[in-house]
Write a protein that binds this ligand. Structure first.
Ligand code: COI
Length: 362
């Protein structure tokens, strides 16, 4: 049922003091601080979406037998709102996130939230907490985290008959503390993130839980991130634990094809277009681990970068795998990587024209 509830405003009587908020905005980090409010919308079988509310941010009281705590029926999104040069606020491609949220819901046997309700919920929260959107000009933004959980109480393994959709917001600086400093990658040749027919293309917490052990192994090898190969041949590069990858061959950028076991990132998709706008060729394709190594060593693979809403575009420096290690772009951010990064950020910050109509004004 696709009813579209209105969102009732119940604002906080005690938002954080302006001085404390400003202190947080001066150094927000990533995902450490949350704004004063959140939006909640319920779904019940037979009734559809109902009880949309904007309420003070705070803990949820849930029964210990709530379905999501046991069987992980959960999906989420990540998108950002940016302060524009005139002081207004605009979010980046919320419709793309809303559609991906629907696709994730279908995969996890959850109800689909209408695109316009997803956007309305994000807008309501950003409008209410607009003072939390960092100043124009830097890299900071307000990161929005819409998510949905199964709230039926009971231990039966089945699609729940009740769900809760929530949007929270967090001021965000660089995801990696080093900013545009290249990150190091551990290429995991045995652990996989997702399998064909599985749920690797859905944005669900389980995929991130599945990535944690390999991420810890990467950290033990001295690397910032883990990169996964496909689950069948253990040969084709798929993605990082929470980001997509791009390979730069001179004037051409290539990102792994969406095989069903990797996530269709909104930043990944946007860059296929931004690159063409800048005169580069861009395409989806398959890159094997051997090709990555050989092409880096023979100099045809000139740069590699990671991309995602949280990470924006982050260059890759050292790459390690069981058979050795090599340095990408002499360990420095590559020219193409930096050009694409600036071009995308310029659209998001409103300092270049939004030719593709990606910015959503609030
Ligand atoms: C995002 O880039 O929004 C992500 O979902 C990555 C995240 C898990 C930090």
């Amino acid at each position: 049922m696709t009813t579209t509830p209105t969102i009732e405003l119940k604002p906080s009587s005690a938002p954080l003091a302006a001085a404390e908020r400003e202190a947080i905005l001066a150094n927000p980090g990533f995902g450490r601080h949350f704004t004063d409010h959140m939006v909640t919308i319920k779904w019940t079988e037979g009734r559809g979406w109902h009880d949309g509310q904007l309420v003070p941010y705070g803990p949820l009281a849930i029964d210990p037998a709530t379905n999501v705590l046991h069987y992980a029926q959960e999906i989420f999104e990540g998108l950002k709102a940016y302060r524009q040069p005139d002081g207004s606020v605009a979010s980046f491609r919320p419709d793309a996130n809303a559609r991906r949220f629907q696709a994730s819901a279908r995969r996890l046997a959850m109800p689909e939230l209408p695109v316009e309700t997803f956007i309305e919920a994000c807008d309501a929260l950003v409008k209410q907490d607009k003072d939390w959107v960092p100043a124009h000009g830097g890299e900071e933004s307000l990161y929005l985290r819409p998510f949905m959980i199964a709230t039926e109480v009971g231990l039966g393994v089945k699609p729940a008959n009740e769900y809760l959709f929530i949007v929270i917001a967090s001021p965000a600086g660089a995801y990696f503390p080093g900013g545009v400093k290249p990150v190091s990658i551990w290429l995991s040749e045995d652990r996989v993130r997702a399998v064909p027919g599985g749920m690797g293309d859905a944005k669900t917490g389980g995929n991130y839980a599945a990535s944690l052990l390999a991420q810890a192994e990467a950290a033990a090898k001295g690397c910032d991130q883990v990169a996964y190969l496909d689950a069948v041949e253990h040969k084709w590069v798929e993605e990082l634990g929470g980001m997509n990858l791009y390979f730069v061959y001179g004037n051409k950028i290539v990102t792994p094809t969406l095989t069903g076991s990797l996530l269709a990132g909104v930043t990944r998709d946007s860059l296929l277009t931004v690159a063409r706008d800048l005169g580069y060729e861009s395409e989806e394709g398959r890159v094997s681990i051997d090709q990555w190594k050989t092409d880096s060593e023979n100099g045809t693979l000139t740069e590699v970068f990671a991309c995602g809403t949280a990470a924006v575009i982050t260059p890759v420096g050292t790459v390690k795998c069981a058979s050795g290690e090599w340095l990408q772009s002499e360990g420095k951010p590559g020219e193409v990587t930096l050009k694409l990064r600036e071009a995308l950020l310029d659209v998001q910050r409103g300092t270049s024209s939004d030719v593709h109509g990606w910015m959503h004004d609030l």
